[in-house]
Ligand binder design. Structure first.
Ligand SMILES: [Zn+2]
Length: 279
């Protein structure tokens, strides 16, 4: 019996755990890997810039490219259900990606199961339609999906915030994927270039290639695997777990394979945040 058939013959419970998102989100300003504070760069003649410390280096917060406004219309809230946000402003409103700019992402294809890229494509389409955000794949990468991923990687991605990383991986590389955890995801909350406001940036998704590959080989497995990727991408866009088992943002997967009413409400709301100032 080869390893694959031995694995599929082993009894596995019918739940697919996704790790607690809170542990996966690296906060800017928390004093861990990245911190920021308002600061002025004397040499910057274009105006005040916030500074952010990344990997022990202090750099100016990237200025966003100019924008004419939202890239896609807001999605109206038409459903109601349990939803929660990973990052909120002082008034409780969600922190989200800037809807006036594309949410760029890169894929690390190593270890991807068959139909892995179409799984990502389909899941991206689900969260894009539900949020009114425009997600754009800007290439492939060999970047490892480290928990303390540097938020700015000029040598790899240029001077701005790193794009969202979606990587096929496993527990040997990402310890959070041990056991029945099929994926992890989150984003950093970062200040605007003038030090005010908060937006999400530099998200990360690690998908357990072996777990999802096994799931894909089952009847109906594609839809269940897509639901897991949607769940992780919803973490990236700012949604937290909820207790209602009939929402995809419940930490355990269930028979639900499409977005629940609270999932839809939450994604619509994170897609309605304001844009970082035009310049
Ligand atoms: Zn989760």
């Amino acid at each position: 019996m080869d390893r694959a058939s031995g694995r599929s013959g082993r009894a596995r419970p019918g739940v697919w755990l996704t790790a607690a998102a809170v542990a996966l989100v690296w906060f800017v300003g928390s004093g861990s890997t990245s911190t920021f504070g308002p600061g002025w760069t004397p040499a910057d003649l274009l105006g005040p810039r916030a500074l952010v410390e990344v990997d022990g280096r202090t750099v100016a917060v990237p200025r966003p490219a100019s924008s004419e406004g939202r890239l896609a219309p807001e999605v109206p809230v038409t459903t109601s259900g349990e939803h929660a946000f990973l990052h909120v402003h002082d008034d409780g409103s969600p922190v989200g990606y800037d809807p006036c700019r594309p949410v760029e992402y890169v894929v690390r294809p190593d270890r991807a199961p068959r139909s892995g890229q179409s799984l990502i494509d389909d899941a991206v389409q689900v969260v894009a339609e539900a949020s009114g955000l425009v997600l754009v794949q800007v290439g492939e990468t060999d970047e490892p999906p480290l928990m303390d991923r540097p938020l700015i990687q000029p040598d790899r991605y240029g001077p701005g915030w790193a794009p969202v990383l979606i990587a096929w991986s496993g527990p040997d590389e990402v310890s959070e994927l041990e056991g029945q955890v099929a994926g992890v995801g989150g984003s950093a909350a970062v200040p605007g270039a003038d030090g005010s406001g908060l937006w999400l940036a530099a998200g990360r998704v690690a998908l357990d290639a072996e777990d999802l590959g096994a799931l894909l080989s089952r009847n109906g497995g594609y839809e269940r695997a897509r639901a897991i990727v949607v769940h992780e991408l919803a973490h990236v866009l700012g949604l937290d777990h909820v207790d209602d088992p009939d929402e995809l943002m419940h930490p355990l997967t269930s028979s639900r394979t499409d977005l629940g009413p609270g999932d839809r409400q939450g994604l619509a709301l994170v897609g309605q945040v304001g844009c970082e100032g035009f310049s």
